[in-house]
Design a protein. Structure first.
Length: 169
């Protein structure tokens, strides 16, 4: 079980680091270094009109979510350590990661249909969020019947619904 808690923390630290880097780059108006492929994809995605909610970049909001997930992972660990019920923290983490999976679907539909560009850092963060979603689901619902099928179905719906509405953005 210790490895599972380590994974919860590790994923949140990586997600925080990635979105922290994107947030910092935006705040200091520095160009983003793309480690693979066409670096223009990262610049297009992170500097487009779709990259903000009002004046706040989604990278900053993502950073806040990842920090919240890190704090929830710590709460889950402490609850287990003290023989307390971690369910409220796992439920909160599951809700946050579900929203994160839906956000990943939204951003992927924007990148594919509106910007014609893919951002490596965005996709890496989306992959981490999906991993965190499944890990949190396992911890919260792993003892229930067909938890994996239910979790997978929710992820598919949350991720792909924005694609159906992408033409209307």
């Amino acid at each position: 079980m210790k490895k599972t808690f380590f994974a919860l923390v590790f994923l949140a630290v990586l997600g925080s680091a990635m979105t922290g880097y994107l947030s910092y780059s935006w705040l200091v108006n520095d160009s983003i270094v793309c480690p693979i492929g066409n670096p223009a994809g990262c610049a297009i995605a992170t500097q487009s009109s779709y990259s903000k909610l009002g004046p706040v970049p989604f990278a900053v909001l993502g950073f806040i979510v990842w920090i919240a997930l890190l704090l929830l992972a710590q709460r889950v660990y402490n609850a287990h350590k003290l023989n307390l019920n971690p369910a409220p923290y796992l439920t909160a983490a599951f809700i946050l990661t579900s929203i994160g999976v839906a956000a990943a679907g939204y951003f992927n539909s924007i990148m594919l249909f509106k910007l014609n560009a893919i951002c490596f850092w965005c996709e890496a963060s989306h992959t981490l969020m999906l991993s965190k979603y499944f890990l949190t689901s396992y911890l919260a619902f792993g003892n229930e019947k067909k938890w994996l099928i239910k979790t997978f179905a929710i992820a598919l719906i949350a991720f792909f619904v924005p694609f159906f509405f992408a033409k209307g953005f």
